[in-house]
Structure formats: C-alpha cells, structure tokens
Ligand binder design. Structure first.
Ligand code: HEC
Length: 148
C-alpha cells in the first residue's frame, strides 16, 4: 500500500510539474502579439533587414538562417546583444516579441523544433551586455553553427 501511494504521489507531482511547464510555454506563445511584432519590425528593423529578411551587402541574411543561432547559448545571446536589437527603442517585452517573431517568420528550416522562446527577463538582462567588434564576434559564432 505504501509503495502504491508513493507511486501515486510521484504521478501527481509529475503531472503538476508537466502542467506548469505547459502553462509557461503557452504563456510565452500567448504573449506574442503578432500584429505588434510585425509593425515594430516594419518601423524599426525592416529598413536594414528588408521586408523578407534577405538583408543586403552589409546586413546579414536572416531568412532561413536566424534560427541557427539558437543552437548554443552564446549565439542565442548574440541575437539580443547585437546593436540593432539591444539599442532599439523597443522595451524588453517588445524586443523579445520581435525576436521571436523574426525567428518564426523568417527562420524557416533553421529554427530548432523545440525552439525556446525569448522571454522579457532574459532580454532585459542580455541587452545590457554590449558587444564589441560585432562583425568579428559574429564570424566566430557562425563557425560553430551547424548549418544545413
Ligand atoms: C541600421 C541598420 C539596422 C537596423 C535598423 C537594424 N539592424 Fe539588425 N543588424 C544590422 C547589421 C549590420 C547586423 C549584423 C551585425 C552587425 O554588424 O551589427 C544586424 C544583425 C542583427 C541580428 C543578428 C542576425 C545575424 O545574422 O547577425 C539581429 C537578431 C538583429 N540585427 C535584430 C534587429 C532588430 C530586432 C532590429 C529592429 C529593432 C534591427 N536589427 C534593426 C543592421 C541593422
């Protein structure tokens, strides 16, 4: 009997834990206001990153590429710390939202199946950590990415 009740407890805890993880993930998704994200991208980012994320001579292509940066922690942090993100006039919540939106909208096959969404607190902390020698830093990161 005792063993059974221990098992039951574990199941109950397991379900409670699973439930809370689920809610977190759903919260992240629900917080995404797609129209606002798109509007902010158009107003503040598109001028350089182009409407479909192709970029240009001095602006890297995010289309079918940006998701690769989610492969490791340093590269994940780079997407927030890069000047275009970090120094934008967006607040932390909106920056997290635009980044998630850019990845989902333009990332294509580069986006990992289990993509971990940026959240406000994470962005708030990271954007304060300025990047120097951005172009060199990016090159170093890209070398470590597994690109299809
Ligand atoms: C003045 C042009 C310009 C604007 C405006 C701009 N960016 Fe960028 N962005 C760049 C350049 C250039 C890079 C490459 C890294 C670097 O040299 O800063 C870049 C890189 C990035 C990257 C990393 C992608 C990669 O492959 O390196 C992200 C994420 C990003 N920008 C987000 C944004 C967001 C979000 C906005 C709008 C809030 C924005 N950028 C506005 C020029 C711009």
């Amino acid at each position: 009997m005792r063993a059974l009740s221990l098992f039951t407890k574990q199941v109950v805890w397991g379900l409670a834990f699973f439930g809370s993880v689920q809610t977190l993930a759903e919260d992240n998704l629900l917080k995404m206001n797609t129209d606002r994200a798109k509007f902010n991208y158009q107003m503040l980012c598109q001028g350089c990153h182009t409407p479909d994320g192709t970029g240009g001579k001095s602006v890297p292509k995010i289309k079918n590429y940006i998701g690769y940066f989610l492969q490791n922690q340093m590269a994940r942090e780079y997407l927030v710390r890069v000047p275009g993100s970090a120094n934008s006039s967006l607040n932390d919540e909106q920056l997290a939202e635009v980044l998630n939106w850019m990845i989902l909208e333009f990332g294509g096959d580069s986006v990992p199946k289990n993509m971990k969404y940026y959240i406000t607190n994470e962005v708030a902390k990271l954007r304060q950590q300025s990047l120097f020698e951005v172009v060199e830093y990016r090159k170093m990161l890209v070398k470590q990415l597994a690109v299809k």
